[in-house]
Design a protein around this ligand. Structure first.
Ligand SMILES: C[S@@+](CC[C@H](N)C(=O)[O-])C[C@H]1O[C@@H](n2cnc3c(N)ncnc32)[C@H](O)[C@@H]1O
Length: 207
């Protein structure tokens, strides 16, 4: 029976790939993923199809249709497929298709690990692609560390928090490009985040 594998590849470095992810990918006919994700599997002999923000919907449909035709397809997801990953949109498209989720190390988990935060006592929030919700202001008042995947940029999120009354002196961390050679873990205050430049691969923690 056809199966679509949603494979979590972790935060980016090969070190965080699971054995299960590697085995699943190695036994697939087709890999679909971002350039960064495909680069992890240069030695794997499978058809490789690059996915980007612009062709995302088309590629998700392609993954489903190829799997329905009986091909073994691995759709690669950064971190874990079930957290702000491909699982949600694929469930809307997949109908009766059998899906296997291969969990990966989420950026949330690895950020918590880098900062020694037990994440069962943290607020864990994703705004990725959803816009900034005002609910965040109440969440930040509950005294727990809050680990956030921003909607788009760190600057947009920090400006929103300051404009909505969060103390600019509040202690925060930004974890950028975790597990890559140019990883950056910055401990600072909310307002001082705005003195730095960040790319899109960031997690914000508000203490
Ligand atoms: C589409 S979401 C995917 C989240 C992913 N499914 C997970 O479990 O980590 C992409 C966002 O995850 C975060 N992210 C993913 N990998 C990261 C990394 N290596 N370092 C920092 N943030 C990362 C960034 O906020 C990025 O914008």
């Amino acid at each position: 029976m056809s199966k679509l594998h949603l494979v979590g590849i972790g935060p980016g470095s090969k070190e965080y790939l699971t054995f299960k992810a590697l085995k699943t990918v190695e036994s697939s006919d087709i890999l679909i993923g971002s350039r960064r994700a495909l680069e992890l599997f240069q030695d794997v002999c499978a058809d490789k199809i690059e996915l980007c923000v612009q062709n995302m919907d088309e590629m998700l449909k392609l993954a489903v249709s190829k799997a329905c035709q009986g091909e073994s397809v691995s759709l690669l997801s950064t971190g874990d497929p079930g957290f702000s990953g491909v699982l949600k949109p694929i469930l809307k498209l997949a109908g009766d298709l059998d899906i296997e989720v291969v969990p990966g190390v989420s950026s949330i988990q690895i950020c918590a690990a880098k900062l020694n935060i037990p994440w069962d006592v943290a607020n864990v929030i994703t705004m990725h692609g959803k816009g900034i919700s005002e609910d965040i202001i109440n969440v930040l008042a509950n005294g727990k560390p809050t680990i956030i995947l921003p909607n788009s940029t760190i600057e947009e999120l920090v400006n929103f928090l300051i404009q909505n009354g969060v103390d600019p002196g509040r202690e925060v961390s930004v974890c950028e490009k975790i597990s890559y050679p140019d990883e950056r873990i910055l401990k600072t205050t909310l307002k001082d985040v705005l003195t730095e430049k960040f790319g899109y691969m960031c997690v914000l923690v508000v203490f």
